[in-house]
Ligand binder design. Structure first.
Ligand code: CA
Length: 230
């Protein structure tokens, strides 16, 4: 059982969602507007948010961005059509997964369980230490020595993924699948850009790596500089 916030303006879909989620034993609250939903997500601290992207007062993607500025609550977005550009934007903006209308309650339930399993596993994992780097996925705080790193959501996710596989090469395809939840060959440039931002924040560069070592044509690995081969 989880507490779920449903943000959906269509009364028919909202009612059906509330009913099917309640039938599965969840505690459900709902909002018909984006701003109302944002406020409820902050005040009520649900375990998961189901967010329709087509809302009357404000675009769902904007709601998602504002929510992500203050909360890491898992979010599944609901899109009206199977449009890659919209889903990619939503995933980039911090959605954990998405469903396309019309969707069945079994499909939504499967997505919800996968997202909740993932976030609960991460929260239970405890901080990962690599040299002077500490990455705490539960609090989403990463620090280098005494200094807390000012990382964007994707930079944090990228660093966390590499830390989970410290010492091992992680391919760009795997990074795209895990951090961006999609695997388009053409988007590897996105990984390169985020890696370069992350390097700058760690005070290193591709030419003079300390923690982040690129393996040409394969991917990247995070190493403890005291044990570069470990
Ligand atoms: Ca709608």
């Amino acid at each position: 059982m989880a507490t779920i916030l449903v943000v959906e303006d269509d009364p028919g879909i909202r009612t059906a969602l509330i009913r099917s989620l309640s039938d599965r034993g969840h505690a459900v609250t709902s909002s018909q507007t984006g701003l109302g939903g944002l406020q409820q997500a902050i005040d009520d601290r649900p375990d998961l948010v189901i967010l329709d992207l087509g809302l009357p007062d404000i675009d769902g993607l904007q709601v998602l961005s504002m929510l992500r500025a203050v909360s890491s609550v898992p979010v599944i977005v609901v899109t009206a059509r199977d449009d890659d550009r919209v889903t990619v934007r939503a995933l980039d903006a911090g959605a954990d997964d998405y469903v396309v209308k019309p969707f069945g309650s079994d499909q939504l339930d499967a997505r919800m369980r996968a997202v909740l399993r993932r976030t609960q596993a991460v929260a239970a994992e405890g901080p990962i230490v690599v040299g002077a780097l500490t990455i705490n996925a539960g609090t989403r705080v990463a620090s280098l020595g005494d200094e807390i790193l000012d990382l964007s959501r994707k930079e944090f996710d990228l660093l966390h993924l590499l830390a989970q596989h410290k010492g091992q090469v992680v391919t760009k395809r795997d990074i795209l699948a895990e951090v961006w939840r999609h695997a388009y060959g053409g988007a590897e440039r996105t990984v390169d850009v985020h890696l370069s931002w992350l390097r700058r924040k760690l005070g290193e560069s591709a030419a003079n790596p300390v923690y982040l070592h690129s393996v040409r044509g394969v991917g990247v690995r995070l190493v403890d500089p005291a044990q570069p081969d470990g």
